[in-house]
Design a protein around this ligand. Structure first.
Ligand code: COS
Length: 385
């Protein structure tokens, strides 16, 4: 389908697809099996300038937007959603700096992130604050020219491998989530400790770990925006990043579909290619249609964000909800088309199915996306009537 992308965007997508085929696909299985962070591929992605995409030109970026990032994330995810996450997770960690950082902070952090010399992570989730992000307990106490952070963030993408951590912590406990503030904590700061490294079902090439703050003292200059704006910064970050998860889901679905359709052509049962059976044809037709519908929603949400639209929460949540549900459905159907072979690790589709599952969970579960969408719908209706 034609989404009327610019010539540059088509080239960018093709570049990333070629990269995915040549550099990621051959090693995706090995990284998945070992659960290892793909440093050599990350270095190559940096050489391809993928980390510059969403960073403004004045900070050594390419000045692109969420759509550019989505195109590359989708393309890389057709080979491995876990490896693509090194990039998308860094974008997520960078967004609070872009949203709330001052020029000095941007100058300090963005150029090395743009070059891919540093990676970023976003620290919001805690053991007791997942969907209810406002229930976070990590504190940042003012102390002269510093804040002292204490608490545990967990399930942090790029945990341990990142150099800069965008952290949301409570500065005014009396105000609950309205008393949260956003900070950057640099790797190497005393009291920034990496805890348990998670052993995951899917996206196993992505590093996920606990990030613990123990009397972690950071300068006041590391506060992003104003005190009390942290929850708002977190929500705006998620509004901007959810189309990226949707793009990851889309790529995973596309990758699984490509394998499934090829297999359906080649596999012979009852003396003929299984692709000649109508039951299977209808599955393929539904999978392709769902993928295309997800793509339309993801690109539209990304374009809306890039246009500077003020409130993108609903569209962003819709894209993430729909694309992640499609990813789960399509990858499950791909395993079904492969039959018993699909269930075996010798074939690629079971990995796509494992990788798809997280897209329905992180950066807000499908249930939370529905809550966000419904809140917007009800507010819009109240405004109209
Ligand atoms: N943009 C800007 N501000 C926002 C916002 C958004 N998208 N969403 C909420 N806010 C503001 C509200 O306007 C409100 O501000 P005021 O106090 O000034 O009115 C404040 O934030 C609190 O909002 P709300 O009362 O709606 O927050 P809730 O605690 O009810 O939580 C949900 C809302 C459930 C949507 C939020 O907790 C959420 O997104 N949870 C999922 C978190 C998540 O995705 N976690 C995954 C890990 S991150 S990788």
């Amino acid at each position: 389908m034609d989404y009327f992308l610019t010539e540059e965007q088509r080239e960018l997508y093709q570049l990333a697809i070629d990269f995915a085929r040549e550099k990621i696909a051959p090693v995706a299985g090995e990284y998945d099996q070992k659960g290892e962070f793909p440093w050599p591929i990350v270095k190559e992605m940096a050489r391809m300038d993928f980390f510059r995409l969403w960073i403004p030109e004045e900070y050594d970026g390419l000045g692109g937007g969420v759509l550019d990032l989505a195109l590359v994330t989708e393309a890389l995810s057709t080979a491995c959603g876990g490896i693509a996450l090194a990039l998308a997770g860094t974008a997520l960690g960078t967004f609070p700096i872009l949203i709330a950082g001052n020029d000095e902070q941007k100058q300090r952090y963005l150029p090395s992130l743009a070059a891919g010399e540093s990676l970023a992570a976003f620290c919001l989730t805690e053991p007791e604050a997942g969907s209810d992000a406002g229930a976070m307990q990590t504190t940042a106490k003012p102390d002269g020219d510093h804040f002292i952070l204490n608490g545990t963030k967990h399930f942090i993408t790029n945990g341990e491998v990142a150099n800069y951590y965008s952290v949301i912590a409570i500065t005014n406990p009396e105000k609950g989530s309205r008393g949260a503030s956003a900070f950057v904590v640099e790797k190497g700061t005393e009291g920034l400790i990496f805890g348990k490294k998670e052993d995951k079902m899917g996206i196993r090439a992505s590093a996920t770990s606990e990030v613990v703050f123990q009397d972690c003292r950071i300068p006041k200059q590391n506060l992003l925006g104003k005190e009390g704006q942290g929850f708002m910064v977190a929500m705006k970050t998620l509004d901007k990043s959810r189309p990226g998860v949707a793009a990851q889901a889309l790529g995973i679905a596309q990758g699984a579909f490509d394998h499934a359709v090829k297999y359906a052509r080649e596999r012979v049962q009852f003396g003929t290619s299984i692709s000649s059976f109508q039951g299977l044809q209808w599955m393929l037709a539904d999978m392709a249609t769902q993928i295309e519908a997800a793509r339309a929603l993801v690109y539209a949400a990304a374009k809306m964000i890039d246009s500077g639209a003020k409130d993108v929460g609903k569209e962003s949540a819709m894209a993430k909800l729909y694309a992640s549900e499609v990813a789960m459905k399509v990858t499950t159907d791909a395993v079904q088309i492969f039959g018993g072979y699909g269930y075996m690790k010798d074939y690629p589709v079971e990995k796509f199915m494992r990788d798809a599952k997280i897209t329905q969970i992180y950066e807000g579960t499908s249930q939370i996306q529905r809550n966000v969408i419904a809140r917007h719908l009800i507010k819009e209706s109240a405004r109209q009537h």
